[in-house]
Design a protein around this ligand. Structure first.
Ligand code: ZN
Length: 238
């Protein structure tokens, strides 16, 4: 059963997967709407990448809880030669005031039984089944909000195979992909635009949830913290 879902060497095709492949979607969730919530921006620090521009409207904003961030980074740093990855678990909500959708990454599940090489990571059938089981057992009320994987010494982008995998196994507009370069400490999210497009080179930052009395944990070199208005007014203007 350790059969790959796709040959990583094969170029993705516009027609998509065959019938056998599309059966293995983790959460077939067509036509669903998110629960209402309140976007936790007041207790979050926004990290911005230089690849994002003001005009782009993403389908969701991403909030990252500190425990999940640490767990993902620890996994990413555990192998500087091969790609590792897993699932991002959390909440999917719409802000009750603005209607804007967001996800909160609250936990991460390391994928087992992956096949990896220096340039790709493949979720096998076994790894997808194991992820699905762990979701049901440990996080029955949470959503699979996306996935993460590393690109040691390769930079932050989605390869053709990554895009294929994202579109087939994380097809919801609000499901996101995180790529981490553990060697040079880079990271970024790939989030669909509201019209569904996904640019494999334009990664974006996220909102880091910073508990009261704690400080930021984010150390990725390619992201800049965005100062809040009160911080700018209080500290930078004379
Ligand atoms: Zn990749």
């Amino acid at each position: 059963m350790a059969q790959d879902l796709a040959d990583p060497g094969r170029a993705p095709t516009a027609g998509g997967a065959g019938a056998g492949e599309s059966r293995i979607r983790l959460l077939p969730a067509e036509g669903r709407t998110p629960l209402n919530g309140r976007m936790p921006t007041p207790r979050a620090l926004r990290w911005r990448s230089d690849r994002e521009s003001e005009g782009e409207q993403r389908a969701v904003s991403v909030f990252f809880a500190p425990r999940a961030y640490v767990r993902v980074c620890a996994h990413a740093g555990s192998d500087l030669d091969n790609e590792v990855g897993g699932a991002l678990v959390g909440r999917w909500r719409a802000d009750s005031t603005t209607g804007r959708q967001y996800v909160v990454v609250e936990a991460a599940i390391r994928a087992q039984h992956t096949r990896h090489g220096s340039a790709f990571l493949t979720f096998t059938t076994e790894s997808l089944v194991a992820l699905h089981d762990e979701m049901e057992r440990r996080y029955p009320t949470k959503e699979l909000v996306g996935w993460y994987h590393t690109h040691p010494r390769m930079g932050v982008f989605l390869s053709g195979y990554d895009v294929w995998l994202h579109q087939h196994f994380f097809p919801e507009p609000w499901q996101v992909a995180l790529v981490i370069e553990p060697y040079t400490r880079l990271g970024g999210f790939f989030i669909r635009e509201v019209d569904g497009r996904l640019n494999p080179h334009r990664y974006v930052g996220f909102y880091e949830l910073v508990p009261r009395g704690s400080s930021s944990l984010v150390y990725w070199q390619n992201l800049e913290p965005e100062l809040k208005v009160e911080q700018v007014e209080g500290g930078m203007q004379s």
